[in-house]
Design a protein around this ligand. Structure first.
Ligand SMILES: [Zn+2]
Ligand SMILES: [Zn+2]
Ligand SMILES: [Zn+2]
Length: 326
């Protein structure tokens, strides 16, 4: 799989502070899998994310966005039932009498005495702490040999009727309204983890940007990154690293990173970089391709005057970039 799908959106998001803080917690293994914590008022919450965004609403929006662009993956963790009236998550399930809908029912176990075939609820078999058949007065000793459990039997304490399957009703503990399954709002709740692709993109990119900036700083540049540069058209273009020489001329160097989980980077990042440098006209433009670039990309880069640095890792990238800058 190539990293082109959603890559532009991911690249934008990687530059946002909240995304960076959250991803770094995954990269450092502070979070392996992000689980929600139950809160009776709000339903599930993600306290770790709230510590970054400041509130539950923004946390959910951030997680949703990161999932949609392919940075996080999610697993269904639970479903919460929300009150249709007040949206509270403090909802209890009532098992009710199918005849009069009262939830004041008694649930009992049904027992059958195998020998005489008598069947009744467990309470009627209990006699001075033992199980005794009320019909033939024999003691019941071994489960599944002389007696068996024959299911559940419910009795309504209001109308007195008996039944085996109750109907469910829902009760909001906050606004005290009763409602049914049909009216219930059911919300999916997820646990999240960092996608392997995103881990590679960020780990490599973030590991690389720092030494590239350092190298350019040592070479007498003022360095920023990721940063925007305003082009002749008036549009702002973002580069992974932007460096300006400290001389009066303020000569501009821009660097972009491209990684591929497969063997080679496609020509796509070359085209993207060309579109930007066409407008920005830097002195030098570098594309760092990890681990290498395809032939088409190489040809196009030459044509567009983009210098490609092919490297399998961070050290190699810095070494090659250093040589090219001489
Ligand atoms: Zn009833
Ligand atoms: Zn019996
Ligand atoms: Zn309610």
């Amino acid at each position: 799989m190539l990293l082109t799908s959603g890559k532009a959106e991911r690249t934008e998001l990687y530059k946002e502070r909240n995304t960076q803080v959250l991803i770094s917690k995954f990269l450092s293994s502070e979070i392996i899998e992000l689980h929600p914590i139950f809160d009776t008022k709000l339903g599930y919450r993600y306290p770790t994310v709230e510590a970054i965004t400041g509130n539950p609403t923004d946390s959910e929006a951030l997680l949703k966005k990161l999932y949609e662009v392919g940075i996080l993956e999610r697993k269904l963790f639970d479903k919460v039932i929300l009150c249709q009236k007040c949206s509270s998550a403090s909802v209890s399930v009532h098992y009710c009498c199918p005849y009069c809908k009262s939830f004041d029912i008694r649930k009992s176990a049904l027992i059958e005495h195998v020998k005489c075939g008598y069947m009744d609820v467990e309470e009627n078999f209990i006699k001075s702490g033992k199980l005794t058949c009320p019909k033939c007065h024999e003691d019941l000793k071994k489960l599944d040999i002389d007696y068996r459990r024959a299911g559940i039997w419910c009795t309504c304490k209001d109308c007195g009727k008996s039944f085996d399957i109750p109907v469910t009703g829902l009760f909001c503990r906050d606004c005290h309204s009763n409602f049914t399954f049909e009216d219930a709002v059911i919300k999916d709740v997820y646990s999240y983890s960092l996608k392997e692709e995103a881990r590679q993109e960020t780990a490599l990119g973030w590991v690389l940007i720092a030494p590239i900036k350092e190298l350019l700083t040592q070479n007498g540049f003022e360095v920023q990154g990721p940063a925007f540069v305003k082009g002749k058209s008036g549009a702002n273009h973002m580069f992974d690293v932007v460096a300006r020489s400290k001389e009066l001329s303020k000569k501009l160097t821009v660097v972009d990173l491209a990684t591929s989980m497969e063997n080679e980077v496609s020509e796509q990042p070359v085209i993207a970089l060309f579109a930007k440098i066409f407008d920005v006209s830097p002195e030098n433009a570098y594309l760092i391709a990890i681990p290498k670039i395809n032939d088409n990309g190489k040809k196009m880069a030459e044509l567009y005057n983009i210098q490609v640095v092919e490297a399998r890792n961070e050290k190699e990238a810095i070494r090659v970039l250093k040589e090219k800058m001489k």
